[in-house]
Design a protein around this ligand. Sequence first.
Ligand code: CA
Length: 227
Amino acid sequence: MTERGLVLVVEDEKPISDLLRLYLQREGFGVHAEFDGPGGLTAARTKHPVAVILDVGLPGMDGTEICRMLRAEDNWVPVIFCTARDDEVDRVLGLELGADDYVTKPFSPREVVARVKSLVRRSNLVQRGAGPMQLGPIVVDVTRRRVLVEDEEVQLTATEFDLLTHLMSEPGRVFSRDQLLSEVWGYASSVGTRTVDVHVAQLRGKLGDASPIRTVRGVGYSVESDS
Ligand code: CA
């Protein structure tokens, strides 16, 4: 029943929480539900979920604040935000919260579960036998999902890590935003390609001057084949 691991649902609207539980359990996930901010933060710290579905507007503490605190504690559990309004989408995308994905209410529970599955699959992905990838000062230990820039470890979200390794897998190739959405996120472009731009911007911010990611105007992104 829980062979896929535990998903933490932090959502104060009980009908939505119940619906998510139903769909997640049907797919083999265990579910732990919390209905306010402080409870959600504690559960994220103590229950070791494989993913967190996090409402933005919560009693006691905002979902964005919970995510920020987890990241500050070096907790990189995949987080999917549920946003109720466009201005919340802007907040989630605009702040460097380390979110992996977001959905806008009203959402289809089937869609949310598909996102959770994609995210968990990617963060569990261990490419055994794969040697480290290197590009200039950036070294990626694919097996341990670690990234070093000039021997300093850089903490990336699951999505940022996958985006970087995907781009680095074919230096010089130009990936369109739609290609990145389907190849990295694992679903079609229905969510819009803005999410790709936001994650690329966050990744660049973390890699700093070492970032090999080049914007190809009107097309998408590429990494330099040698730097
Ligand atoms: Ca809410």
